[in-house]
Design a protein around this ligand. Structure first.
Ligand SMILES: Cc1cc2nc3c(=O)[nH]c(=O)nc-3n(C[C@H](O)[C@H](O)[C@H](O)COP(=O)(O)O)c2cc1C
Length: 163
Protein backbone atom coordinates (compact mmCIF):
# COMPACT_ATOMS: atom_id res chain seq x y z
CA UNK A 1 0.00 0.00 0.00
CA UNK A 2 1.53 3.33 -1.12
CA UNK A 3 1.40 6.45 1.02
CA UNK A 4 -0.50 9.39 -0.47
CA UNK A 5 2.82 11.16 -1.29
CA UNK A 6 4.27 8.07 -3.03
CA UNK A 7 1.06 7.60 -5.05
CA UNK A 8 1.24 11.23 -6.21
CA UNK A 9 4.94 10.83 -7.14
CA UNK A 10 4.37 7.58 -9.04
CA UNK A 11 1.37 9.08 -10.86
CA UNK A 12 3.32 12.18 -11.88
CA UNK A 13 6.11 9.99 -13.31
CA UNK A 14 3.67 9.00 -16.07
CA UNK A 15 3.91 12.52 -17.50
CA UNK A 16 6.42 12.02 -20.34
CA UNK A 17 8.54 15.15 -20.09
CA UNK A 18 11.09 16.07 -22.74
CA UNK A 19 14.52 16.84 -21.30
CA UNK A 20 15.92 20.25 -22.27
CA UNK A 21 18.86 22.40 -21.32
CA UNK A 22 17.94 26.00 -20.63
CA UNK A 23 20.78 28.47 -21.19
CA UNK A 24 21.07 32.09 -20.19
CA UNK A 25 23.71 34.79 -20.52
CA UNK A 26 23.48 37.83 -18.26
CA UNK A 27 26.44 40.18 -18.76
CA UNK A 28 29.56 38.10 -18.00
CA UNK A 29 27.58 35.37 -16.20
CA UNK A 30 26.15 32.35 -18.01
CA UNK A 31 24.65 28.99 -17.19
CA UNK A 32 23.20 25.84 -18.74
CA UNK A 33 20.69 23.91 -16.62
CA UNK A 34 18.70 20.76 -17.27
CA UNK A 35 14.96 21.46 -17.18
CA UNK A 36 12.30 18.80 -17.74
CA UNK A 37 9.33 20.83 -16.54
CA UNK A 38 8.80 22.70 -19.76
CA UNK A 39 5.78 22.94 -22.06
CA UNK A 40 4.05 24.91 -24.82
CA UNK A 41 1.38 27.21 -23.44
CA UNK A 42 0.25 29.26 -26.49
CA UNK A 43 0.42 29.01 -30.31
CA UNK A 44 -0.17 32.64 -31.19
CA UNK A 45 2.00 34.19 -29.94
CA UNK A 46 4.24 31.12 -29.51
CA UNK A 47 4.83 30.84 -25.76
CA UNK A 48 6.52 28.24 -23.58
CA UNK A 49 6.72 27.85 -19.83
CA UNK A 50 9.81 26.64 -17.94
CA UNK A 51 9.34 25.85 -14.26
CA UNK A 52 12.58 26.59 -12.39
CA UNK A 53 13.36 26.47 -8.68
CA UNK A 54 14.61 29.74 -7.11
CA UNK A 55 17.53 27.65 -5.75
CA UNK A 56 19.01 27.25 -9.24
CA UNK A 57 21.83 29.56 -10.30
CA UNK A 58 20.07 30.09 -13.63
CA UNK A 59 16.92 31.37 -11.90
CA UNK A 60 18.17 34.90 -11.21
CA UNK A 61 20.13 35.06 -14.45
CA UNK A 62 16.85 34.63 -16.35
CA UNK A 63 14.97 37.05 -14.10
CA UNK A 64 17.62 39.72 -14.71
CA UNK A 65 18.53 39.08 -18.37
CA UNK A 66 14.83 38.69 -19.30
CA UNK A 67 15.72 36.05 -21.87
CA UNK A 68 16.63 32.37 -22.11
CA UNK A 69 17.17 29.67 -24.70
CA UNK A 70 15.83 26.14 -24.70
CA UNK A 71 17.87 23.31 -26.24
CA UNK A 72 15.73 20.25 -26.95
CA UNK A 73 18.11 17.32 -26.56
CA UNK A 74 18.37 14.15 -28.61
CA UNK A 75 18.32 10.72 -26.95
CA UNK A 76 22.14 10.51 -27.26
CA UNK A 77 22.58 13.51 -24.90
CA UNK A 78 21.78 11.75 -21.62
CA UNK A 79 25.26 12.39 -20.16
CA UNK A 80 25.09 16.10 -20.92
CA UNK A 81 21.61 16.26 -19.33
CA UNK A 82 22.86 14.52 -16.18
CA UNK A 83 25.90 16.80 -15.96
CA UNK A 84 23.89 20.02 -16.39
CA UNK A 85 21.26 18.65 -14.02
CA UNK A 86 23.62 17.80 -11.16
CA UNK A 87 26.35 20.51 -11.28
CA UNK A 88 25.59 24.12 -10.48
CA UNK A 89 26.62 27.41 -12.05
CA UNK A 90 27.33 28.59 -8.49
CA UNK A 91 30.47 26.42 -8.62
CA UNK A 92 31.31 25.72 -12.24
CA UNK A 93 30.94 27.03 -15.80
CA UNK A 94 29.17 23.91 -17.08
CA UNK A 95 29.51 24.85 -20.76
CA UNK A 96 33.30 24.97 -20.42
CA UNK A 97 33.66 22.05 -18.00
CA UNK A 98 31.65 19.60 -20.16
CA UNK A 99 33.07 21.12 -23.37
CA UNK A 100 29.61 21.94 -24.71
CA UNK A 101 29.91 23.57 -28.13
CA UNK A 102 27.74 26.64 -28.61
CA UNK A 103 26.66 28.85 -31.49
CA UNK A 104 25.79 32.52 -31.42
CA UNK A 105 22.03 32.92 -31.23
CA UNK A 106 20.28 34.99 -33.86
CA UNK A 107 18.19 37.34 -31.73
CA UNK A 108 19.36 37.11 -28.13
CA UNK A 109 22.61 36.82 -26.15
CA UNK A 110 22.02 33.41 -24.56
CA UNK A 111 24.04 30.54 -26.04
CA UNK A 112 22.61 28.02 -28.51
CA UNK A 113 23.76 24.46 -27.82
CA UNK A 114 25.15 23.15 -31.12
CA UNK A 115 24.51 19.47 -30.45
CA UNK A 116 20.80 19.86 -29.65
CA UNK A 117 17.94 18.88 -31.98
CA UNK A 118 16.25 22.26 -31.75
CA UNK A 119 17.03 25.60 -30.15
CA UNK A 120 14.31 28.03 -29.12
CA UNK A 121 15.32 31.63 -28.39
CA UNK A 122 12.95 33.18 -25.86
CA UNK A 123 12.18 36.64 -24.59
CA UNK A 124 10.91 36.56 -21.01
CA UNK A 125 7.44 38.09 -21.00
CA UNK A 126 6.13 37.00 -17.59
CA UNK A 127 7.09 35.07 -14.49
CA UNK A 128 5.24 34.05 -11.36
CA UNK A 129 5.62 31.80 -8.35
CA UNK A 130 4.11 28.33 -8.64
CA UNK A 131 4.56 26.59 -5.27
CA UNK A 132 8.27 25.94 -4.81
CA UNK A 133 9.17 26.87 -8.43
CA UNK A 134 8.91 29.94 -10.67
CA UNK A 135 7.08 29.70 -13.97
CA UNK A 136 9.04 31.60 -16.60
CA UNK A 137 6.95 32.38 -19.67
CA UNK A 138 9.01 32.93 -22.79
CA UNK A 139 7.92 34.17 -26.20
CA UNK A 140 9.82 32.28 -28.89
CA UNK A 141 11.45 34.97 -31.01
CA UNK A 142 13.64 32.63 -33.10
CA UNK A 143 14.07 28.91 -33.58
CA UNK A 144 16.67 26.67 -35.25
CA UNK A 145 16.37 23.03 -36.27
CA UNK A 146 19.93 21.79 -35.75
CA UNK A 147 19.63 18.07 -36.51
CA UNK A 148 17.12 15.26 -36.90
CA UNK A 149 16.45 12.66 -34.21
CA UNK A 150 14.22 11.58 -31.36
CA UNK A 151 14.05 13.82 -28.34
CA UNK A 152 15.33 12.68 -24.93
CA UNK A 153 12.41 11.74 -22.71
CA UNK A 154 12.77 11.57 -18.93
CA UNK A 155 13.64 8.09 -17.66
CA UNK A 156 14.11 6.64 -14.16
CA UNK A 157 17.89 6.94 -14.67
CA UNK A 158 17.57 10.67 -15.31
CA UNK A 159 14.84 11.15 -12.75
CA UNK A 160 16.84 12.76 -9.94
CA UNK A 161 15.44 15.20 -7.39
CA UNK A 162 11.88 14.12 -8.30
CA UNK A 163 11.95 15.51 -11.88
C1 LIG B 1 16.54 15.19 -15.76
C2 LIG B 1 16.54 16.42 -14.89
C3 LIG B 1 15.50 17.34 -15.00
C4 LIG B 1 15.48 18.51 -14.22
N1 LIG B 1 14.45 19.40 -14.36
C5 LIG B 1 14.43 20.53 -13.62
C6 LIG B 1 13.35 21.46 -13.75
O1 LIG B 1 12.44 21.28 -14.56
N2 LIG B 1 13.38 22.58 -12.98
C7 LIG B 1 14.39 22.83 -12.08
O2 LIG B 1 14.35 23.86 -11.36
N3 LIG B 1 15.43 21.95 -11.92
C8 LIG B 1 15.46 20.82 -12.67
N4 LIG B 1 16.48 19.92 -12.53
C9 LIG B 1 17.53 20.19 -11.52
C10 LIG B 1 18.60 21.17 -12.03
O3 LIG B 1 18.96 20.90 -13.37
C11 LIG B 1 19.85 21.05 -11.13
O4 LIG B 1 19.50 21.38 -9.80
C12 LIG B 1 21.02 21.87 -11.61
O5 LIG B 1 22.19 21.42 -10.95
C13 LIG B 1 20.84 23.38 -11.33
O6 LIG B 1 21.92 24.06 -11.91
P1 LIG B 1 22.16 25.63 -11.70
O7 LIG B 1 22.30 25.88 -10.22
O8 LIG B 1 23.44 25.91 -12.47
O9 LIG B 1 20.99 26.36 -12.30
C14 LIG B 1 16.53 18.76 -13.30
C15 LIG B 1 17.59 17.83 -13.18
C16 LIG B 1 17.60 16.69 -13.97
C17 LIG B 1 18.75 15.70 -13.86
Amino acid sequence: MYTKEKTIREGLKKIANTVTIVTCQNGDKRDATTVAWITKVSNDPPLIMASISPKRFIHNLIAEAKEFNVAILGEESEKMALFCGTKSGYNVDKLREFNIKTLKSSLNSSPTIKNALVSLECKLINSFEVGDHTAFIGEIVASSILKEGNQLIITDKLCTLDY
